[in-house]
Design a protein around this ligand. Structure first.
Ligand SMILES: [Zn+2]
Length: 192
């Protein structure tokens, strides 16, 4: 159990030992509920084949991709993480479709275009009728590099490509931005 707990980020042997004893001493019922929840999530949640957001294996493609009204917007918003989709959805400022990168380009960590699934995005650009790609990666160095890479890829398809603008703080991630600010940054996106 101590070894298994160390799979969590930031949990080393000392913390893992403390958690293990804590569960054994005081939280057996809760611990069992937690392992059941983890088991269910890991067994039943996969990536949507279209947007690569998390979805139930029984609901592929995901709810957002299956929504015909969203498809009519002919736009794809590219984000780094599934929680960015949730943040944008909560701001109710965007009605189109998404593509989730699950990270950003980071050659030193071995994360290139393939790891971000960009070939799937390319397939969508050539197969779907897309009129705009909005790049909503964070305003960090890696987020900007990723945005430029995707922008040049999208331009080859003669599709409008824009980048979310003001409001999202430099060095900031979308999840930490309130809904109104996020809505503004989408409205004031600029062409790339
Ligand atoms: Zn989807």
């Amino acid at each position: 159990m101590i070894e298994a707990l160390q799979v969590m980020p930031g949990i080393g042997p000392v913390s893992a030992t403390r958690i293990a004893y804590y569960l054994l001493d005081r939280k057996r019922t809760e611990g069992l509920l937690m392992t059941k929840a983890v088991d269910e999530a890991l067994s039943n949640i996969s990536l949507c084949p279209i947007c690569r957001n998390y979805t139930d294996v029984e609901n592929e493609p995901c709810q957002l991709c299956s929504n015909a009204r969203r498809k009519e917007k002919h736009s794809i918003c590219v984000v780094e993480t599934p929680s960015d989709v949730m943040a944008i959805e909560a701001s109710a400022s965007y009605q189109g479709n998404y593509f989730v990168l699950h990270g950003h380009l980071s050659p030193l960590d071995g994360i290139g275009p393939h790891e971000l699934g960009l070939e799937y995005l390319k397939d969508r650009l050539s197969q779907e009728r897309i009129e705009e790609v909005i790049i909503a990666t964070s305003h960090t160095v890696e987020g900007d590099v990723t945005a430029s890479y995707i922008a040049s890829m999208v331009k080859k398809f003669d599709i409008r490509v824009s980048r979310i603008a003001t409001g999202v703080p430099l060095g900031g991630e979308l999840g930490s931005v309130d809904g109104n600010t996020l809505a503004l940054s989408l409205n004031y996106r600029r062409d790339m």
